[in-house]
Design a protein around this ligand. Structure first.
Ligand code: SAH
Ligand code: MG
Length: 200
């Protein structure tokens, strides 16, 4: 896969949930407008969003974690094919078991949706003072607004967990969160925001 189009096509054919187009456009603009230079991503899949973020500017550094070995290997190849080895450091493993020491301007949570609170609590120490935690898939294909109509027990439990995460963000005393209806629904969480005009 030597191009972004080929990665998008592969993701579609193999049901790999890469970021939706308008979500990724929002993320690219956010990185540009906020002069973000260091990103930690939880959930690389095949490297698509990491590659997109790295392409915003060649002085952006990304660390991204993926626990699925097959996806990790495809991501490694995609990153190499696009010549982004110097900007993207990909780690194979479970993000909940990996210790990260550095601090980041942006932490992008896009992994197991039921674990969002755990990722948030674990990695908030890695956020720079003025940094942002962005979480993807908070609408979960529109299901979060109509939980009771979900027939599958497992899916219903998962969607409830996503809604718990939203409640966790809404009531968080340390971080202020703004929810954006783009892509599959994302949140922006920042510390020390006086009024939410400063959020985006
Ligand atoms: N950010 C990617 C899509 C990620 S899909 C993009 O938009 O291009 C979510 C990925 O998170 C899956 O590949 C899954 O294997 C991975 N994942 C889930 N839980 C994880 C964990 N605890 N640690 C690391 N990766 C995880
Ligand atoms: Mg996602």
């Amino acid at each position: 896969m030597g191009s972004l189009e080929a990665i998008e096509k592969y993701a579609k054919e193999n049901n790999i949930p890469i970021m939706q187009q308008d979500g990724i456009v929002f993320l690219e603009k956010y990185i540009k407008d906020n002069n973000i230079k260091k990103v930690l991503e939880i959930g690389s899949a095949i490297g698509y969003s990491a590659i997109k973020m790295a392409l915003v500017s060649n002085d952006i550094e990304i660390t991204t974690i993926e626990r699925d070995k097959t996806r990790y290997e495809i991501a490694v190849k995609n990153i190499k094919d696009l010549g982004l080895n110097n900007q993207i450091n990909i780690i194979l493993g479970d993000a909940l078991e990996i210790e990260i020491k550095d601090k980041y301007d942006l932490i992008f949570i896009d992994a197991a949706k039921a674990q969002n609170i755990k990722f948030f609590e674990k990695f908030k120490k890695n956020l720079n003072e003025n940094g942002t935690i962005i979480t993807d898939n908070l609408d979960f294909h529109g299901l979060t607004s109509d939980v009771e109509s979900i027939k599958s027990k497992n899916l219903k439990a998962l969607v409830k967990k996503i809604n718990n995460y939203k409640d966790f963000l809404k009531s968080n005393q340390e971080f202020q969160t703004k929810f954006i209806k783009t892509g599959d629904g994302i949140s922006l969480s920042k510390k020390n925001v006086k009024n939410d005009e400063n959020m985006i």
